[in-house]
Write a protein that binds this ligand. Structure first.
Ligand SMILES: *[C@@H]1O[C@H](CO)[C@@H](O)[C@H](O)[C@H]1NC(C)=O
Ligand SMILES: *[C@@H]1O[C@H](CO)[C@@H](O)[C@H](O)[C@H]1NC(C)=O
Ligand SMILES: *[C@@H]1O[C@H](CO)[C@@H](O)[C@H](O)[C@H]1NC(C)=O
Ligand SMILES: *[C@@H]1O[C@H](CO)[C@@H](O)[C@H](O)[C@H]1NC(C)=O
Ligand SMILES: *[C@@H]1O[C@H](CO)[C@@H](O)[C@H](O)[C@H]1NC(C)=O
Ligand SMILES: *[C@@H]1O[C@H](CO)[C@@H](O)[C@H](O)[C@H]1NC(C)=O
Length: 425
């Protein structure tokens, strides 16, 4: 089973032959987004896509723990050395003169943190050195941002520190401010955590840029410049020679785009919730208990868009209903399992379409967003799964595989999330 899965994953990496210039300048407020296995990514060899997929479950559990109101412990990935960090990176320049870093994008987190010089346990050799930046300063405990940091504490020298967990890893960091330059935009006094101690293997090597909607996120800190509006197009993981884009600010955003209201959960302020009202398989609206999809700020239940989970998770009753209808519509073939996928078919089979029905917006997934292909046994699998067993999960996650080659617009001032097809690979 495991070797089949590896072949599946290797076949995912069958690459196209066009090339890109990795150092081509991003222009205006449009940043290039690379898949972690892109030829432009230095993490290509250190992060195996296989492990990323296998550990997608840990990411899901982590998000469920973020969404859940009961304080649950963050799951630790099993003993193997596993990299389970977000799969898309962008170039950020920090300090004066600029020190370039390739930071991971995470739409479900607010905080930004980067490994700093002197860090104990950081995996990257690229570290930010505040002493070489003329615009860098530490933030004191009295700074209002200190209260927004996770579990802040005050050191003897009155600087603001915090400890936090991310996936199965922990970091200790101190709040700093410095100039952040993204493409040609300058964000002065950007607040981030400078990591001085790290343990665990799920941290993005050169740091994280949170695009969540809470107070410490890039989106909140660049409010004047970008007005809490951005969009992204994630490249297909197969296309290592392509890049997608992260477009910050209201300028140049698609005008004609289907949208659904963004929902706000005051208790989970970083997550982008939407109202998934139903799922259609072929022309049949699947019978899913209302409670499996309903948004409930008190329990954290509902549906979010996340850029860090690889394939979509539905709460169990919803997944089972979708899967059963999907299987029913595949004629003259029986489903088999492969790794985390339980609805796989070999050979030539006609698949039904799957449509997510959001409030005011239906999104039908093209085959590339619906199926994951393996050359092992010529298998194609429905690229979705139920929340893992023994997890009383209430969260549905629309993941990156289902978002690839679409432009996803987050428009906080107008409380809407838009989606349209766009080829970015
Ligand atoms: C990507 O582009 C590089 C540089 O031109 C080229 O050598 C390589 O063959 C391309 N990758 C694939 C897998 O096609
Ligand atoms: C982080 O946690 C460790 C261990 O509990 C503690 O010694 C340290 O002071 C904490 N650091 C900060 C900045 O809160
Ligand atoms: C950045 O912070 C410094 C120090 O507090 C302050 O003097 C400066 O005006 C700030 N710059 C901007 C653009 O907010
Ligand atoms: C599917 O499984 C059933 C029950 O085992 C069997 O009777 C049937 O022939 C199988 N169909 C195909 C197409 O393999
Ligand atoms: C795989 O299946 C496709 C149809 O889905 C078929 O055209 C192709 O020949 C098959 N390849 C192999 C190696 O069996
Ligand atoms: C979505 O699809 C359903 C079922 O086909 C239909 O009733 C509904 O009007 C559609 N919604 C939108 C916004 O197009």
């Amino acid at each position: 089973m495991r070797s089949h899965l590896l072949i599946l994953l290797i076949s995912l990496l069958i690459l196209k032959s066009e090339s890109i210039n990795c150092n081509e300048k991003s222009h205006s407020s449009d940043l290039r987004v690379f898949h972690i296995n892109s030829q432009c990514s230095p993490f290509k060899t250190s992060v195996s896509w296989a492990d990323t997929l296998l550990q997608d479950k840990a990411r899901f559990l982590y998000l469920s723990s973020l969404a859940g109101v009961r304080k649950s412990s963050v799951p630790i990935a099993s003993g193997r050395a596993i990299v389970q960090s977000p799969t898309y990176i962008v170039r950020a320049n920090i300090g004066t003169p600029a020190q370039p870093m390739l930071v991971a994008l995470d739409t479900s987190n607010d905080a930004a943190w980067i490994p700093c010089s002197g860090c104990v346990g950081c995996s990257s050799s690229v570290l930010f050195d505040p002493s070489k930046s003329s615009s860098s300063r530490t933030l004191q405990c009295e700074a209002p941002q200190c209260k927004q940091a996770p579990n802040p504490s005050c050191t003897v020298s009155k600087s603001c520190g915090f400890n936090m967990t991310y996936g199965g890893s922990t970091i200790e960091a101190y709040l700093r401010q410095d100039t952040l330059t993204l493409a040609s935009d300058v964000i002065p006094n950007y607040t981030f955590g400078c990591i001085n101690k790290a343990s665990g293997t799920s941290l993005p090597a050169q740091g994280l840029m949170g695009l969540g909607r809470g107070p410490l996120s890039l989106i909140s800190q660049s409010q004047n410049l970008y007005q809490s509006t951005f969009s992204y197009c994630l490249p297909n993981s197969k296309s290592s020679n392509f890049s997608g884009s992260l477009r910050l600010g209201p300028k140049n955003q698609p005008i004609r785009i289907k949208t659904t209201p963004l929902l706000k959960n005051p208790r989970r302020s970083s997550l982008y919730y939407v109202n998934l009202v139903g799922i259609r398989v072929g022309n049949k609206i699947v019978d899913i208990p209302t409670s499996a999809l309903a948004f409930d700020p008190a329990t954290g239940a509902g549906t979010i868009f996340d850029s860090g989970t690889v394939y979509t998770r539905l709460v169990e009753p919803a997944y089972v209903a979708v899967r059963n209808e999907f299987r029913r519509r595949v004629k003259n073939a029986n489903a088999t399992s492969l790794g985390g996928f339980d609805t796989c078919y070999s050979g030539s089979v006609v698949f039904p379409s799957v449509t997510f029905m959001f409030a005011g917006m239906n999104v039908t997934l093209p085959p590339d967003n619906l199926l994951i292909h393996s050359s092992a046994g010529n298998l194609s699998c429905l690229a979705m799964a139920a929340a893992p067993v023994n997890v009383n999960s209430v969260l549905n996650v629309i993941a990156s595989m289902q978002q690839q080659n679409h432009r996803v617009l987050i428009d906080v001032p107008n409380s809407r999330l838009g989606i349209s097809r766009e080829t970015c690979t």
